[in-house]
Design a protein around this ligand. Sequence first.
Ligand SMILES: NC(=O)c1ccc[n+]([C@@H]2O[C@H](COP(=O)([O-])OP(=O)(O)OC[C@H]3O[C@@H](n4cnc5c(N)ncnc54)[C@H](O)[C@@H]3O)[C@@H](O)[C@H]2O)c1
Length: 432
Amino acid sequence: MSRVTVVGAGYVGLTTAACLADLGNVVVVVEIDEAKVQALSEHHHVHFYEPGLVEMVERNARAGRLSFTTSYADGLRGAEYAFIAVATPEGGDGEADVTAVESAAASIAEAMSGPLVIVNKSTVPIGTGDMVSDSVKRHNGRHAASVVSNPEFLREGQALGDFMKPDRIVIGSNDREAAEKVARLYAPLDAPVLITPEIYTAEMIKYASNSFLAARISFINEISRICERVNADIKVVAEGMGLDQRIGPSFLDAGLGYGGSCLPKDVKALAAFAERFDLHPGLLHAVMEINRDQRRLAVEKLAECLGPLGGRAVCLWGLAFKPNTDDLREAPSLDIARSLLRSGAHVSAYDPAAVERARAILPAIRYEPDAYAAAAGADGLILVTEWNEFRQVDLKRVCESMRTPVLIDGRNIYDPAQMRALGFTYRGIGRN
Ligand SMILES: NC(=O)c1ccc[n+]([C@@H]2O[C@H](COP(=O)([O-])OP(=O)(O)OC[C@H]3O[C@@H](n4cnc5c(N)ncnc54)[C@H](O)[C@@H]3O)[C@@H](O)[C@H]2O)c1
């Protein structure tokens, strides 16, 4: 059993805290947002949707292994490890804004009451670990702290499974002993652990991994545009490619492009970081450009089928940036909805989890409680997020309820021939 402090009760911090508590450690979460701390402490209320997390938080809080505070001094009392899991959003210049990491590091340094291993889980530009070390030296001359980079690779929507059964755990530090101490925390997971020889390499692995995943998505999306012109089917092309063991099947789904709180900002941050060294990251720029264009496709395809969209009723199925989350950060749905509203279309929408968040961002949309109500009377339906629920809908009923049954399948989840047989004018991505 170890005593762990986790700074930040967001997707990564709360998942890390709940999972480490579930492994038997005593974990205290330090979160600056009082309302979140109160909701977590008093009602075990989690302010975002992540399958299984509420139950895990509740179980461990009741067992006395997981608690929440706004006080760094309380949170760090007796701690051996302090994880930093605060947000690193896009800054003005495209690089990651590390203000929250700096502030967390300074607060940890001021409050720590003994030797500590500070573990950075936030995605940060290479060299941020040095900044954390300097901050500790500046703010606390009494106690030693070792800084370790331990980037997080979990996916929203399956965060608990990803934490408990990771493909790999990456740990990097200039202090090998501290890196090994962090590795011991993960020993019960029995997962491959890569300890890098110093901290920069670990920080780089996170950016390189996310950029590579984004590149695969943009690659298949580029191929999908060619497929449409030559009457090839991108789904089968991707299947054929993915069977090659050198390629593999993941992240080869053509669609409306990547979104979320990580891939867009991380590719951009790596490109901006490279430019700081007068490098020209042409591939990263191409990845971003393809992704931008891909988001326009749904509305373009709809206009091809319907003509001018002014006055048309358009329904969006799915708003979250991907299934099983309510996260709307950089979601393609937002660009699509804004573009439709700009064209003068009337937009209705349904999402199993993200409606409340969407309402705050896009009040001009009519939100409906289910997929049928959202589609009824529409001239066009765009499947934006491939929630499983949308695979089980009675599409005959949907088709009959629409004014003009145009279906833009932004994630290629339906069979084109079946959809046409039902009466839809159907457009997928990269398949005719
Ligand atoms: N969300 C993901 O799927 C994911 C996956 C891998 C890595 N990451 C990375 O992990 C980091 C965290 O992302 P997230 O999505 O969990 O962010 P988030 O915005 O969901 O959560 C951050 C939390 O930290 C709190 N906070 C901010 N400053 C603080 C401070 N000084 N002291 C205490 N609490 C503070 C915020 O109030 C918020 O609750 C980012 O760098 C992100 O790139 C995210």
